[in-house]
Design a protein around this ligand. Structure first.
Ligand code: F6P
Length: 325
C-alpha cells in the first residue's frame, strides 16, 4: 500500500510515563519501514508552535526502548490552549510538510489533538500515562511500570513497619483516578485502600479495617491512599487522633513516573506506536489507539474522550473482601 502521508511528526505531552520512549521508537521505525519521513517534535505542543524539531531516522531511536522518561522532552503548553497557538502549530506543520502528528500522552494531549485537527492536520493519539485513566483504553503505557515501582517501595516500607509494629500511610499518584492505588493495594496486600471513585467513610473504611486487622493478630498496617482522595498527611493525623497510633506517612510522588519500562509497557508501546503510523498511512485521522480486551485497536477521538471509566469492579470487590476479612 502506498502511504497516504509522506511526512509525520511525533511528540510526547503532559506527564511523562515509562514506555513513552518505546512508543516514539515504534512510530519512528514503522514510519521508516513504510517510507514515511518522521520528525520528532520536542517539548510537546510548545515544540510544534516554536518549530522545535528533531529529524529522526531509524537509528535516532537506537537504545531508547529500555529508558524511562522521554527523549523528546514533554510539557504542558498554555499557549497551545489558545486558538492563536493552535494556528501557529498548524503553520509549523504545513511549513515542514508534516501531514500527520502522533501525540503520546493523556486526555489533555488528545484534546490538543482535536484542536490541531480543526486546523486541518491529521492526528492520532497514543495513551501514555501512569494514571490509566483513558476511558476508551483498558490500558495506558506506563501503568505497569508505575505499579511495580510503587509496589517495590511499599514492600520496603512494610519491612520496617513490621519490625516496629507501625502503621504506614502511603500516598500514590493517579490524579483524579484510583486505578494505580487499587492495583498496588491488591499487589501489596494493603490493610485499606482509599480511591476517589468511592467516597470513603473514615470509621468504616479506615478504623474498622485497622481494628479487624489488629483483632486478627496483625501488628502493622498498610493504608494506601490515592492522591485524588486527599492528603495522606491529614489522614495520618486523623488516624492518630482516633486511635493513638502514630502513623508514618510516605508520599511516593514522582519516583512513580521514572524507571526502565517493564516488558508489558515496552510491548504495548511498540504495538500502539506501530498501529498509530498504520492509521495515518491509511489516510485516517482523529483516532485514539487503544487496548481493549488484549487487542490493540483504534477509536474515534471524540467518541473515546466522551467515554467514562470506572475502577475494575472485580479488583475493587476483591480488595474489599481482603481488607474486610
Ligand atoms: O498524570 C500523571 C501524573 O503523575 C498524576 O498522577 C499526577 O497527579 C500529576 O501527573 C503530577 O503532575 P506534575 O508532574 O506536573 O507534578
Amino acid at each position: 500500500m502506498e502511504p497516504k502521508v509522506k511526512r509525520i511528526g511525533v511528540l510526547t505531552s503532559g506527564g511523562d510515563a515509562p514506555g513513552m520512549n518505546a512508543a516514539v521508537r515504534a512510530v519512528c521505525r514503522t514510519a521508516n519501514y513504510m517510507g514515511i519521513d518522521c520528525v520528532g517534535i520536542r517539548r510537546g505542543w510548545n515544540g510544534l508552535i516554536n518549530g522545535d524539531i528533531l529529524p529522526l531516522d531509524a537509528h535516532s531511536v537506537n537504545g531508547i526502548i529500555n529508558r524511562g522518561g522521554t527523549m523528546l522532552y514533554t510539557a504542558r503548553s498554555a499557549e497551545f490552549m489558545t486558538e492563536e497557538g493552535q494556528k501557529r502549530a498548524a503553520q509549523t506543520c504545513r511549513f515542514l510538510g508534516m501531514e500527520g502528528v502522533v501525540a503520546i500522552g493523556g486526555d489533555g494531549t488528545f484534546r490538543g489533538c482535536l484542536d490541531l485537527s480543526k486546523q486541518g492536520i491529521s492526528v492520532v493519539g497514543v495513551p501514555g500515562t501512569i494514571d490509566n485513566d483513558i476511558a476508551c483504553s483498558h490500558y495506558t503505557i506506563g501503568f505497569d511500570t508505575a505499579c511495580n515501582t510503587a509496589m517495590e517501595a511499599i514492600d520496603k516500607l512494610r519491612d520496617t513497619m513490621q519490625s516496629h509494629e507501625r502503621c504506614s500511610v502511603i500516598e500514590v499518584m493517579g490524579r483524579h483516578a484510583g486505578h494505580l492505588a487499587l492495583y498496588v493495594g491488591l499487589a501489596c496486600g494493603a490493610t485499606a485502600v482509599l480511591v476517589p471513585e468511592r467516597p470513603y467513610d473514615f470509621e468504616r473504611d479506615v478504623l474498622e479495617k485497622i481494628r479487624k486487622a489488629r483483632l486478627a493478630g496483625r501488628t502493622h498496617f498498610m493504608i494506601i491512599v490515592a492522591e485524588g482522595v486527599g492528603s495522606a498527611i491529614e489522614l495520618g493525623e486523623r488516624i492518630h487522633e482516633a486511635t493513638g497510633i502514630d502513623p508514618r506517612v510516605t508520599v511516593l510522588g514522582h519516583v512513580q513516573r521514572g524507571g526502565s519500562p517493564t516488558a508489558r509497557d515496552r510491548v504495548t508501546a511498540s504495538r500502539m506506536g506501530y498501529l498509530a503510523v498504520q492509521v495515518l498511512a491509511e489516510g485516517r485521522t482523529n483516532r485514539i489507539i487503544c487496548s481493549r480486551d488484549g487487542a490493540i485497536t483504534d477509536i474515534d477521538m471524540e467518541e473515546g474522550l466522551a467515554m467514562k471509566k470506572d475502577l475494575n469492579a472485580l479488583s475493587y470487590a476483591a480488595m474489599e473482601a481482603f481488607t474486610g476479612a
